[in-house]
Design a binder for this molecule. Sequence first.
Ligand code: NAP
Ligand code: GDD
Length: 373
Amino acid sequence: MSKNIALITGVTGQDGSYLSEFLLAKGYEVHGIIRRSSVDFRERIAHLEGTPNFHLHYADMGDSMSLVKLVGKVQPTEIYNLAAQSHVQVSFDAPEFTADVDAVGVLRVLEAVRTNHLEKTCKIYQASTSELYGKVEEVPQNEKTPFHPYSPYAVAKLYGFWIIKEYREAYNMFCCSGILFNHESERRGETFVTRKITLAAARIAQGKQDCLYLGNLDSLRDWGYAKDYVECMWLILQHNKPEDFVIATGVQHSVREFTDLAFKHAGITLKFEGEGLNENGICVAVENPANQALVGKTLVCVSEDFYRPTDVVNLWGDPTKAKNELGWNPQTTTFEQLVELMVRHDMAKVAADAEAAKVRTNLAEYLEKGIVK
Ligand code: NAP
Ligand code: GDD
């Protein structure tokens, strides 16, 4: 049997790191694309670097030649195109870069496969998104729901979705989109709302932060666990024909509900009062007696800074097709379990960071006093 060789763009990201682990465990040879950065530490994949079957290569989604050369060298049997400027709010600040990487970048990957004459042997997974539904035209959303992108990010991803479909029909290539709804984890970037909340809850519970500032608390999302979702990326490429799939849990919650539950897991009970920009989350009870001084304090505030020029507020996915045709279980990790595991992780991280800071402070003091030379 020929060897399974995967090429992952976006290998350093949340999904790329879980997908690498998943494919390595299945015996794949895994190749990932990295960009040159002034910092050489790749936190999410550091534990994989140096292991057999895991290889990293410099390339960039904005550089066709680097992609053509790499695809020719690696000869992948599967490409997972996960690389993107993936932050919706940032796409309003850097729309052209977002379009280049998230839209034209997809075309570059497809053309790299064609240039190397791998159309018949290399399957391609495209990281599409529930943001395509944007200003939603129906709830819940499924594969037949019309798209209405509502940010520069979503408009760029819409091009990616259609160019994948076009190459599938025009050149008979096995290329598919996973229309993934929001998925989170302990490895989620710290400026996405869930991770921002779990880290802040942990910091506030440990006296490292006073208040958490958020934007639209009414926004609704269908949040799943990233580790469960990477399995679907693989399943989509193992399906007997190339098709697009909605991947979601089928359960919807608001940013306010996520916040409330995250603080509860950090030992803080909140009560929300007021509306819009004047809404506040006030501490009404604490588990840890050492945190008694927090009771009565405003720990969550709303700030205009985190509102978007246009916001997607009602995402709710219908994963029936993935369940029936891929045999995937959308409820492997529930919303409650997801929030708990993220908070547990961040409580430990904040405590460990505090310990490390103490060691650094002690060292600075010892150096100053000449105790350490
Ligand atoms: P992420 O953590 O932000 O990772 C993005 C990855 O893309 C990083 O590895 C990043 O590299 C890489 N990248 C960005 N620009 C690049 C460029 N010019 N050339 C090469 N690599 C580049 O995102 P994620 O949450 O894992 O999401 C993975 C994909 O799924 C993205 O395409 C995202 O848009 C899509 N998606 C995500 C979700 C979700 O809820 N997470 C839902 C639907 C779709 P650096 O580390 O060097 O920055
Ligand atoms: N980031 C952020 N920060 N979002 C906030 C905040 C805040 O302080 N306060 C409220 N929100 C609201 C946003 O307005 C949005 O409606 C919702 O929380 C979720 O925001 P994000 O966590 O930034 O994620 P996203 O839904 O915009 O985008 C993520 O999911 C998409 C799939 O639907 C990203 O991972 C995209 O790459 C992905 O395609």
